[in-house]
Design a protein around this ligand. Structure first.
Ligand code: FHN
Length: 453
């Protein structure tokens, strides 16, 4: 994608084309280093659990207000009862940390408009409106800090509750003003979230810009506003009117494919672009009593590997129950991923894609002078790999992450390396073999280097 910037030069417009997605200078280093994070969808919709008036409302559960046509006053009355007595921010942060996740992205305000922090420009929040009366974002900020993970905040552009933009629910209301919502509500709320009371917010994740009133200029205006308050906060690509073509957004610091792992490269997505796949554990983002379609740890761990091998992040969703606890399925999945990450996390964090691409036996990631071979199909005897880009003569050592002290025997024939693998496969989901190279691993072999051994 070509981002086109117009720069005023002595009164004349000079056009500068950038051929890289990232349009700002904001560093995304921590985010790329992280590679894995937790998304949390939690709010009043969690209380319904996809049921309204005793009936199941199909579709993603956080949309129940819209899908179930729940009137604003009924939803408000439900919100008054929000009292997650078992919520412990530290348990969430610890669960994320133990699963190998490096950031926690929470819905401060989803499409229903209810705010999980103490907003001064709204009474429709967890302090003023709900039984709970405590600032959830503050608790998560402190817990995230304690467990060494970054706090990231989701904010919905559209709002089914605010009088100026909730026309779906306030039929016939004509005195609406979209810019009033932006200037007098959205911006002050963002300023609250970025004021420092929740620490330095790692990233802001906008969503819901598909309604007609949202425009490219309004998106750019919000982007600049965020950067003017918190220049280090990275911002996703959804402030642009149309972010649906991956890498096609002209506003934002990173790309957010949803429920899919994009091919790499494509005409708009290139190695070096910063992107994140957001993925649910079952079908719904918010808690649903009806959704039992849980993905297996195997599928999710392999998705994490797939994403990392293409140079992206995985942000895996959790939909907590209304009392503030995770479902047992969620906890089991997080524990299984954590177990795998404890052994293999170094092959995910801080890695990037490998130019070698997809292997018949699995995937690859790269960090500094080490190549990580994520093996799905474990061979009976030897694992073969062609090192077209790196010099096999520079290999220092090969070992399995499950047993890093034991070096594995290997043979080199030309650019092909045959690694003798231990039996049985250390982890049937994916086992990682590290090939450690000496300095300058890409240097071409010299004429007197015999590659066969
Ligand atoms: O409508 C939302 C949905 O509820 C959920 O928040 C996801 C998360 O990426 N985003 C929107 C759909 O694109």
């Amino acid at each position: 994608m070509a981002v086109v910037l117009f720069i005023q030069v002595t009164g004349l417009s000079a056009q500068v084309a950038k051929d890289h997605y990232k349009p700002t200078d904001t560093s995304t280093e921590w985010f790329e280093e992280a590679r894995f994070g937790m998304f949390v969808h939690w709010g009043i919709y969690s209380m319904y659990g996809a049921y309204y008036e005793g009936k199941h409302v199909p579709g993603i559960a956080e949309w129940i207000m819209k899908r179930g046509n729940i009137p604003i006053d009924v939803y408000e009355a439900q919100a008054e009862k929000f009292d997650p007595v078992k919520f412990e921010a530290e348990l969430w942060a610890k669960a994320a940390r133990d699963a190998g996740m490096k950031y926690l992205l929470i819905t401060t305000k989803h499409h229903d408009g209810f705010c999980l922090w103490d907003s001064k420009v709204s009474d429709y929040d967890v302090i003023d409106h709900a039984a709970y009366g405590k600032d959830i974002i503050k608790a998560l900020h402190l817990a995230a800090e304690k467990y060494g993970i970054k706090l990231a905040l989701y904010y919905s552009i559209l709002d089914w509750h605010h009088p100026d933009v909730s026309y779906h629910f306030r039929k016939g209301k004509t005195d609406v003003d979209f810019d009033r919502y932006i200037e007098e509500y959205m911006k002050p709320q963002l300023a609250e979230l970025l004021s420092g009371q929740y620490g330095e917010v790692g990233m802001l994740w906008f969503d819901g810009g598909w309604e007609n009133w949202w425009t490219f200029d309004r998106g750019r205006n919000i982007y600049n506003f965020v950067k003017s308050i918190s220049p280090n906060t990275i911002v996703n690509d959804r402030l642009d009117k149309d972010h649906s073509k991956l890498g096609g957004s002209e506003i934002g610091d990173y790309i957010t494919p949803e429920q899919n792992i994009p091919a790499m490269p494509t005409s708009t997505l290139k190695p070096g672009d910063v992107w994140e796949t957001v993925l649910t554990m079952n079908n719904s983002w918010g808690y649903s009593k009806a959704d039992h379609n849980w993905k297996s740890p195997r599928e999710l761990i392999r998705s994490l590997i797939e994403v990392a091998s293409r140079g992206g992040n995985l942000t895996l969703n959790v939909g907590p129950k209304p009392d503030g606890t995770f479902t047992s399925e969620t906890t089991d999945i997080l524990n299984a991923i954590g177990k795998w990450m404890k052994v293999n996390g170094e092959a995910i964090h801080g890695t990037t894609h490998s130019e070698l691409g997809v292997m018949p036996w699995g995937r690859l990631t790269v960090k500094d002078d080490t190549k990580y071979l994520h093996v799905f199909e474990w061979p009976r005897d030897e694992l073969n790999i062609r090192l077209d880009h790196w010099n096999p003569r520079k290999i220092k050592r090969i070992y399995a992450l499950a047993n890093p002290n034991k070096s594995l025997d290997f043979k080199r024939t030309g650019v092909e390396v045959r690694i003798k693998v231990p039996q049985p496969m250390p982890d049937p989901i994916a086992s990682v073999i590290a090939i450690e190279f000496g300095p300058d691993p890409k240097a071409k072999p010299t004429s007197n280097q015999n590659l066969d051994q």
